[in-house]
Design a protein around this ligand. Structure first.
Ligand code: SF4
Length: 246
């Protein structure tokens, strides 16, 4: 991607170009030193006991899996949802993005990451040469928690088997966890988001590397953190093979 084009996308993300000391510097080996941040809110997992609710979807293909989600009543969120939000994008993507849960607009339309946060996510992807349709995007929860409250552990556990089957089917080179809830749920961790950034992790039971960064909705409220998100995006570039992304 030409530098001028990248800078246009960065401007659209709201990143100040005059702060050149943090602009992309990936060395010849493709490695990027990313500092961990000093962010962020309390842990998702807290002291709430983990409820183990497993469903076996290991034999299901995409269409059967989506049908299961559309008729799912495994947790009480099915009672208040308009549409479940299964996921969207390239089912053979190199990069899979996982957020927290559908919001009001996503619930109305059945699509992940639309609205303002979705637009920022699109700009973030374009800044590293990925169009939205070349990644796969989904959430930890497929149904919207009322009033956008944080997901409960039992809801996460009820929905987890769908997500794990999606990750297995996509088999991406890299999973990017967007935000604290996605990161802590995927990694079964109570570590702060800032301490999870800047290194590769693995989803428990799946040999797929996971990178942690901020949720676009958080970046909209905290625009100064966009520079840290850009550091994470450079890390994505350094850990995904080159190919047909543009
Ligand atoms: S959130 Fe997940 S487990 Fe709960 S009803 Fe929706 S699809 Fe089923």
């Amino acid at each position: 991607m030409q530098e001028s084009t990248r800078q246009q996308y960065l401007q659209a993300m709201g990143i100040q170009l005059w702060e050149s000391r943090w602009l992309p510097e990936i060395d010849e080996a493709g490695s990027v030193a990313v500092k961990t941040g000093d962010i962020e809110p309390e842990s998702l997992m807290g002291e709430e006991p983990v409820v183990d609710i497993k469903h076996d979807y290991s034999g299901l293909g995409w269409s059967e899996l989506q049908s299961k989600v559309e008729s799912c009543e495994n947790c009480h969120l099915h009672e208040s949802r308009i549409y479940p939000v299964f996921g969207a994008g390239d089912q053979n993507a190199k990069v899979m993005l996982i957020g927290e849960a559908p919001g009001a607009e996503e619930d109305r339309q059945g699509e992940p990451f639309i609205g303002q946060a979705g637009q920022l996510l699109n700009q973030m992807l374009l800044a590293i040469g990925f169009k939205r349709e070349h990644v796969y995007i989904t959430n930890i929860l497929k149904c919207r928690p009322p009033n956008n409250r944080d997901p409960e552990t039992k809801e996460i556990n009820s929905c987890e088997s769908y997500l794990h089957r999606q990750i297995t089917l996509v088999a991406p080179e890299l999973v990017v966890a967007l935000g604290r809830v996605a990161a802590q749920s995927l990694l079964k961790s109570s570590t702060k988001l800032g301490d999870l950034r800047g290194q590769l992790h693995q989803v428990q039971g799946l040999s797929i590397p996971v990178l942690v960064t901020y949720h676009p909705a958080y970046l909209l409220k905290n625009p100064l953190e966009k520079r840290k998100a850009w550091e994470d995006l450079k890390f994505v570039l350094a850990n995904v093979s080159k190919g047909k992304n543009e």
